[in-house]
Write a protein that binds this ligand. Sequence first.
Ligand code: PGA
Length: 328
Amino acid sequence: MIHATLHQLKVFEATARHGSFTRAAEELYLTQPTVSIQVKQLSKAVGMPLFEQIGKKLHLTQAGEKLLSTCQEIFNGLEQFEMSIANLKGMKQGQLKLAVITTAKYFVPRLLGPFCKRYPGIDISLKVTNHQQLQKSMAENEDDLYIISQTPSQPDLAVHPFLENPLIVLAPTGHPLARKKNIPIEALNDEPFIMREVGSGTRTAVEELFAKGDVRVKVRLELGSNEAIKQAIAGGLGISVLSQHTIISEGTTGEFAILDVQGFPIERHWYVASLAGKQMSVVAETFLQFLLEESPAMAKRLLPGLGKSADSGEEKVVQMEQRTILKR
Ligand code: PGA
């Protein structure tokens, strides 16, 4: 059995994460020599070097890599243990790591307010990124729960659908097509178009629909943010296809009009997912239940017209069947 202290493992983990003694020292409020001595003692206990210095950068050796994954397992285990004890004491406390696709940032933070009020002992870390980056986080097992709108083929996930996420054609108000009904999709060929970046789930869905309808829009601008696209639309640079959630605050009363184009809205859903083999923490379970229970009512309040074009008059907030799909 290797004689290593928990403190040494923490120092080692921080050094490995930052690739630097100095930055690990800053994070842990220690001096740089203390960090380097702790790592040296740990290497001695292991009997092999844990880092090698190439140029200015520290790299993990093979033994270092193995120790890092062991550390992560130990820390996760301890975190789970802490949460279970808090749960046994009748308190819900601990950290929830949530990673969501860009469109969910308009909705999820609004849900977090009431959640944190109900469970003041739970700290939340929220990461907002596109579909491709989220898949990378899943592969690295970085978070407890993921909000996605396309279920990837890998990794295996436990998936719960919870709200509609329709994609709509957004134009500036006053656009000549804004008053037309049932616009043929080919009409988009003549419009300057603003597209999300490669790796975006929105882009993939749009490209699939355009490929099916043999539509070839003129992409005038490619932007990696829904907000930047909205500003470009408002500035008259073109039209785009975005999630209806992106206009949660403005609706269609201000700068935007939803065009009634055939084939739209593209009907999609949000799913809350966790890695299939992963033991869910008490905190993650608590948030999952809260999300499934509270989100339909909140969506109804925030987006009463979710899923309908500007004046179809028909409300479509679908309360989806709460089921778990094991995606393989
Ligand atoms: P994206 O995902 O940011 O990858 O486009 C958003 C969505 O699919 O709703």
